[in-house]
Design a protein around this ligand. Sequence first.
Ligand code: ZN
Length: 223
Amino acid sequence: MKKLIDGIHRFQSGVFGAKKELFERLSKGQEPDALFITCSDSRVSPTLLTQTVPGDLFILRNAGNLVPPYGPIHGAEAAAIEYAIDVLAVRDLIICGHTHCGAMKAVLDPSSLDKLPATKGWLTYAEATRRVMTTHYRDLSNDDQLEVCIEENVLVQIEHLRTHPSVLAALASSRLRLHAWVYEIESGHVMAFDEHAGQYVPIAEAGRGVAERPDRLTATRQI
Ligand code: ZN
């Protein structure tokens, strides 16, 4: 805890004054560029990774960067997505998975969750990911399975996003682009799904968004 409180002191004495104009502007409202959905994992820092400042990203985090499909019960995820699109009018929506994701390890090994009923329940939103893995990638090594599971899960969650009315309406009027990313903790690289290539590529080589031609997006890769 001392580390956190010392950090607050350093923020107030060193950082805040230097960025006074920014914080003054932010006190009047926010106009974020993007909704950034990622895992709760402590090793993923969206603002550090994208070199953005407060006010740039509207961030939604949970275990496994999951998006429950839209339904009659509206949870925190549905509310954040609706608000980001319909009120804040973000132009881009990113789902960013990451390497070494504990949630995805659990998706591949559900028995590890026997004593974690809440986590087990939450990860049912990755059930389609688990089924894609058992159907298509059963023969891969454990390490390769995890890597593919992380990538496939982001695509599955992109499909869940499309069940949200605010997302579909924004896509239909070309007000929104969807992006599937995976952050590599060990290298600092970010891979982005390029729907024309049908695979993840280094972000500099990726197209502008997976939603530009949604008819061609497939949730699973051919192997
Ligand atoms: Zn994770």
